[in-house]
Design a protein around this ligand. Structure first.
Ligand code: KG4
Ligand code: ZN
Length: 337
């Protein structure tokens, strides 16, 4: 089963060719045009996707030894949540290709796709599991009874964790996107040097709040805190909040596996602490390599593979539209079914 997967939900254009769950070829183009604006400019993001997507598809097909898309069995694209203009580029291209070639099309939920990067992993996920999704747009905890039963436990009440990293990096002049830059600065600092609050720190409360922390970091910066020390204190505070709530749920729900996904899982301290805590709690940890922590199309392809494993005749209608937000309590990879 050859799957062509496309992801254009924000500022990364990504294409992957899969055989079942295995990547044959994949490409990601991270747009650099937004740096000078200090954040993603939606119109520029959409235009950039339009410019690079067709050539990236050709490149991925060629890398997979295919001269055209005729040998693709299923086409999958992210339908949302994300920037609607960006989503429409990948979604419209993919629906058109599926229609032209008379092949099935699957519209995929971006949040589910982040978790499904672990589907078909060499080690099997054991259920029940708890999943932490931490990206630039989302911070959520999910309970997973199986791959078909994913329930929201809690989410952020304001900024996402990645967004708080980006905003703090921006205000300290590190630049945009700042998560990785703040992470590097933190490696050089003392996490005890700057005192920051831990909003909603009760581990039993599964929701998060990061905007007050970001404001406290701003005040500390204006009072003359050292950049590296502030970065280290900020990083540790965010990581402590994420990890304490995740493992509280892990205990309460008797989870056997912990899944982490999303761009913030590239964070070095978060990775280290997740590994330590998983050993301590005796659970299997699934964390993407840094390349697949960020937006990519392999995760979209694996989500599509999972949908087809459950129901080989599954499709989304070509009327499946892009959507900006996901609200609900039950997360499924297939949209518009
Ligand atoms: O999953 P992703 O690529 O896109 C969204 O779906 O949002 O995540 C991007 C987010 C950005 O906020 C970025 O700053 C953050 O992931 N990020 C990091 C690190 N690398 C990327 N945050 C903290 N530490 C990092 N090393
Ligand atoms: Zn994402």
């Amino acid at each position: 089963m050859r799957i062509l997967a496309v992801e254009t939900s924000c500022d990364d254009t990504a294409v992957a060719l899969l055989e079942g769950c295995s990547a044959i070829a994949e490409r990601v183009y991270s747009q650099t045009v937004h740096g000078e604006h200090g954040g993603v400019v939606p119109e520029l993001a959409s235009r950039s996707h339009m410019k690079v997507l067709p050539a990236m598809v050709d490149d991925v097909l060629a890398a997979g030894g295919m001269t055209d898309a005729g040998g693709i069995d299923v086409f999958a694209a992210t339908a949302g949540p994300g920037l609607v203009g960006s989503l429409l580029v990948g979604l419209s291209w993919t629906k058109a290709a599926a229609w032209a070639l008379g092949k099935p099309f699957l519209g995929i939920n971006h949040l589910a796709a982040h978790l499904f990067v672990h589907y078909g992993a060499s080690r099997t996920v054991q259920f029940p599991a708890v999943a932490l999704l931490v990206s630039g747009g989302h911070t959520c905890l999910f309970r997973m009874g199986s791959w078909d039963e994913i329930t929201l436990i809690g989410s952020t009440r304001d900024d996402a964790a990645g967004e708080s990293f980006d905003k703090t990096a921006k205000l300290t002049g590190l630049g945009y996107p700042g998560g990785a830059l703040l992470d590097s600065a933190a490696d050089r600092g003392d996490p005890d040097a700057v005192s920051l609050p831990s909003p909603m720190s009760d581990p039993a409360v599964p929701d998060f709040s990061f905007s007050g922390l970001k404001t406290a970091a701003k005040l500390a910066w204006e009072r003359g805190a050292d950049l590296n020390d502030l970065a280290a204190s900020f990083r540790r505070t965010v990581v402590d909040l994420l990890v304490s709530k995740l493992f509280y749920q892990c205990e309460v729900l008797g989870a056997r596996s912990v899944l982490a996904a999303g761009g913030v899982t590239a964070n070095r301290l978060l990775r280290r602490v997740l590994e330590e805590e998983s050993i301590k709690h005796g659970v299997r940890l699934f964390i993407p390599d840094s390349e697949h922590a960020m937006d990519n199309a392999l995760m979209v392809g694996r989500a599509a593979a999972a949908v087809l494993d459950s129901d080989p005749s599954a499709t989304s209608p070509l009327s499946c539209n892009a959507f900006a937000r996901w609200s609900g309590s039950s997360l499924t990879p297939l949209c518009c079914h």
